[in-house]
Design a protein around this ligand. Structure first.
Ligand SMILES: *Cc1c(COP(=O)(O)O)cnc(C)c1O
Length: 235
């Protein structure tokens, strides 16, 4: 049996966040680490929790809901769960009931359902709008020219708190290419703030492009494989 490398990996990822923030002239605590635990079991999450991690991201609804329940049953401290996968309109209720954040809202209909289905007594669901910043290369996300209207409509819904924007750019090897995509999301974010929306979150950057994302202003980086290891399956 090999000793878990999750605590060590978390330290290494945290060190790269600190280094990238310093490079960008930003305070390290302006960048939050979201540990993406999709495909990994409750024990892996528990190891990350023991190392101090509290915010986790899940892509697949049933797997995520099961894991949230499993961690409660294991007696974990209060955790923050972020839904970061594609949303089917008939599957919004469990998201509204079990998650704290949703990063992948791209249609008003989904936002309306999440707002209606958010249980009374829970804090508003924290929302990022997913933006398609790579054009044809990606099917997910609202088109940049439709973003402002969507953002204003979502901001008006009662049981949601619109926090910012999220993107998954087309994979790029070059640092400058990675930066250019993140800079486009940053520009859209700055525009919405100039329009009067009180946004504070840019969810961008994963294991392979976290430095470029932080240099361009990411406030949440979503990191999976660099913490938990390679995924043995993708759906
Ligand atoms: C899987 C996933 C991540 C994490 O990706 P890694 O390359 O494993 O760091 C981040 N964001 C989203 C939306 C994902 O689906």
């Amino acid at each position: 049996m090999i000793m878990s490398s999750i605590p060590k990996n978390l330290q290494a990822v945290t060190a790269s966040i600190v280094a990238a923030a310093a490079e960008a002239g930003r305070a390290a605590d302006t960048v939050r680490l979201l540990a993406v635990s999709k495909t990994f079991g409750p024990q892996a999450v528990q190891q990350a929790v023991a190392a101090g991690q509290r915010a986790f991201g899940e892509n697949y609804l049933q797997e995520g809901v099961d894991k949230i329940g499993a961690l409660k049953a294991l007696g974990a401290p209060a955790l923050e769960w972020h839904f970061i996968g594609p949303i089917q309109s008939n599957k919004t209720r469990p998201i509204a009931e079990h998650f704290d954040w949703v990063h992948t809202v791209e249609r008003i209909k989904i936002a309306q359902r999440l707002s209606e289905q958010r249980p009374a007594g829970l804090a508003p669901l924290q929302i990022c709008l997913q933006v398609n910043i790579s054009g044809e290369a990606s099917k997910s996300g609202v088109a940049p020219h439709e973003l402002a209207a969507l953002a204003h409509d979502v901001a008006a819904l009662p049981n949601l708190a619109l926090r910012g924007l999220m993107a998954i750019p087309e994979p790029a090897d070059q640092f400058d290419q990675q930066r250019a995509a993140f800079a486009r999301l940053r520009a859209l974010y700055d525009q919405l703030r100039a329009d009067g929306l009180a946004l504070d979150t840019l969810s961008m950057g994963m294991s392979s492009d976290l430095r470029a994302a932080i240099v361009e202003g990411a406030t949440i980086v979503r990191v999976g494989s660099a913490i938990f290891g390679a995924r043995t399956y993708e759906r």
